[in-house]
Design a binder for this molecule. Structure first.
Ligand code: ATP
Ligand code: MG
Length: 373
């Protein structure tokens, strides 16, 4: 298979600060690489180096077969970039922005007009096409960004945090649009802090932290590092804990974890999802007072926590790894409280210094079982 992006030993310093310390990466043509990492990991720096906006201090990289330092012009002709901060001109309308870019890319007046019209339709921006971009909502702005990146029909598309700040519905729309590009053969390198995003879009994921690659693999490979599904059962009385333990023992793959204060048991399932029904029936017929019964799958957030011992330092995207199957009143209250803490996306769970204020129980469970890499 062709390699669309290849970097070896990529390094970049800003003064004394090593933003990238020898990053290697390879992206097969027509696939998506998700570059995942917390704030300051070096994601934007990597994108800017590959998109010829910065020059590396160390290492080398080729994009679409051309060297990013020696063959910048050839690279630029073949790439599209939607940067972390919107690059469109707010005073120009959506259409004017796209037509201007088309002209800059030498599509000619007619060609630029046609391509702009096509993209406005495709990205459902026709209705707003004659309005200044500064009046667009965040989601519309991101769609316009993506449209702008696609004007020149790039072979390789760089998307730096394409959905940061978008609501779940707009995020899904963007994801579908990215997938469509991939289906047409475009190679995508996208950076994200949203683990679900990388999980959803990427064929392979590179996790970077402080300028270094700390893990690489398919989403499934990374999740497997953390373990299979596990079941979390909450009970309403202390006395019910040993009772529930006895019932769950036959379905457990390993010694169950018991949280006496929280009255919760975490069980790694012997036969994955197949044993869920058996466990529910056994608890029910033994009369165990269950308040919470949830299947947890490791999320990429768990993977990150597993790799670095800390969270991703930002709130999660709306979807979580937990899949509650049934819930008592106690569990609900607890969940509501959590939802409230996690609600506004990026702001959630972040303290002044950017540390994640609170870990989700799922990650705590990972931490407990986290050393069998
Ligand atoms: N122009 C610059 N001058 C000095 N330091 C910089 C510059 N740009 C980035 N850095 C530093 O380099 C490191 C990597 O920055 P980069 O923007 O690549 O991170 P990132 O992973 O994109 O983060 P974020 O998630 O916040 O966008 C950070 O420590 C950042 O402070
Ligand atoms: Mg960035």
């Amino acid at each position: 298979m062709d390699t669309a992006i290849r970097a070896t030993g990529l390094g970049k310093r800003y003064g004394e600060h090593h933003a990238l310390r020898g990053v290697d990466l390879e992206v097969a043509a027509g696939t998506v690489l998700g570059l995942l990492g917390p704030n300051g990991a070096g994601k934007t720096t990597t994108v800017r180096l590959l998109a010829t906006l910065l020059e590396p201090d160390q290492g080398r990289a080729e994009v679409a077969g051309f060297d990013v330092v020696r063959q910048q012009r050839q690279v630029r002709r073949r790439i599209g970039l939607a940067g972390q901060y919107a690059a469109v001109d707010g005073l120009l309308t959506g259409r004017e922005n796209l037509e201007l870019l088309g002209r800059l890319l030498h599509l000619g007046r007619k060609g630029a007009r046609a391509r702009a019209a096509e993209l406005l339709t495709r990205f459902e921006l026709e209705g707003a096409a004659e309005k200044p971009a500064q009046t667009y909502s965040g989601g519309m702005r991101r769609r316009l960004d993506l449209a702008a990146a696609l004007i020149g029909r790039p072979e390789v598309l760089f998307l730096d945090e394409p959905t940061t700040g978008l609501d779940p519905a707009s995020r899904l729309v963007l994801w579908e649009m990215v997938r469509e590009q991939v289906a047409q053969g475009v190679t995508v390198l996208l950076t994200t802090q949203y683990l679900e995003e990388a999980d959803f879009l990427a064929d392979r994921i590179l996790v970077i932290d402080t300028g270094q690659v700390i893990a690489e693999g398919t989403p499934d490979e990374l999740k497997r590092k953390v373990g299979e599904e596990w079941l979390e059962v909450g009970v309403s009385t202390d006395a019910a804990l040993p009772q529930a333990l006895a019932v769950l023992a036959p379905v457990a793959a390993a010694q169950p974890e018991v949280d006496r204060t929280g009255r919760r048991i975490t069980v790694q399932l012997a036969d994955g999802i197949g044993t869920i029904a058996a466990a529910a029936v056994a608890l029910e017929s033994a009369g165990v007072p269950v308040t919470d019964f949830a299947l947890r799958r490791p999320s990429l957030d768990d993977v990150f926590f597993h790799l670095t011992g800390r969270g991703t330092q930002v709130g999660r995207a709306p979807e979580e790894g937990a899949q509650p199957l049934a819930q008592g009143p106690e569990g609900e209250a607890e969940r509501d409280e959590k939802a409230e803490k996690a609600a506004p996306g990026e702001k959630a769970g972040r303290t002044e210094n950017g540390e994640k204020a609170e870990r989700e129980p799922v990650a705590a469970a990972t931490a407990r079982t986290g050393d069998e890499q």
